[in-house]
Design a protein around this ligand. Structure first.
Ligand SMILES: [Zn+2]
Ligand SMILES: [Zn+2]
Length: 209
């Protein structure tokens, strides 16, 4: 009702109409019913905008992982394999090891991480092929288009899924946090960002050329 009163006060210029309504109570009732209906519509629209705003804040405010109600979408090049990630873990490295370079056909691979319960294949999981390397690492790719999709360390316990970030179709708020295995990196790749550059894994010392 507050809204309606405010609405009425804000429309002083329409006092002529209100006086006219007093003479015709039935008509006035209908008009007030419309005002009440409209004020409900207006407040529900305002509330839904508030919801959208708080969702987008949640992405920014969360730490130690990004929570959101709409999952991130990803797919291979041909689109036969699709996946969703409901929450990204903060670790996101550019790996320069020779195996990642070859698997991705690029200077380095950027891998995102998600807990297994937050990563879901939407379709085409049966099209995944696995390459098992002599060092026990496994790499999964689309058998149809060859897109690199998944990396699994040797002895992986399955708790965490490492996936090729380049296959995401959604924008994300997080940014990569380190260059790893820089010692085996391609010598033609110049790194100009300020991220930590490590010789090997995340526990290794800094890489200096
Ligand atoms: Zn594919
Ligand atoms: Zn690697």
């Amino acid at each position: 009702m507050t809204k309606i009163v405010k609405f009425r006060e804000g429309r002083k210029s329409s006092s002529k109409h209100l006086k006219a309504l007093d003479k015709y109570p039935e008509k006035a009732q209908k008009v007030w019913a419309f005002f009440i209906f409209w004020s409900k519509v207006e407040s529900s629209v305002v509330e839904s905008f508030k919801d959208v705003k708080s969702e987008s804040n949640q992405r920014v405010l969360s730490s130690g992982g990004i929570a959101m109600s709409t999952p991130y979408q990803g797919a291979c090049l041909c689109g036969s394999i699709k996946y969703e990630v409901s929450k990204l873990e903060p670790r996101m490295g550019h790996c320069h090891c020779s195996m990642c370079r070859k698997f991705h056909g690029a200077a380095f691979a950027t891998l995102g991480e998600a807990l297994a319960e937050n990563f879901h294949w939407v379709e085409g999981e049966s099209l995944l092929k696995t390459y098992l390397a002599p060092n026990g690492t496994q790499r999964k790719f689309c058998e149809n288009c060859g897109s690199s999709l998944i990396f699994e360390a040797a002895g992986d316990d399955g708790r965490l899924v490492e996936f090729a970030l380049g296959t995401l179709d959604s924008d994300i708020e997080l940014k990569p946090d380190a260059h790893i295995f820089c010692e085996s990196g391609a010598n033609w790749c110049e790194l100009s960002d300020d991220l930590p550059k490590l010789k090997a894994g995340r526990d290794s010392e800094a890489f200096t050329k």
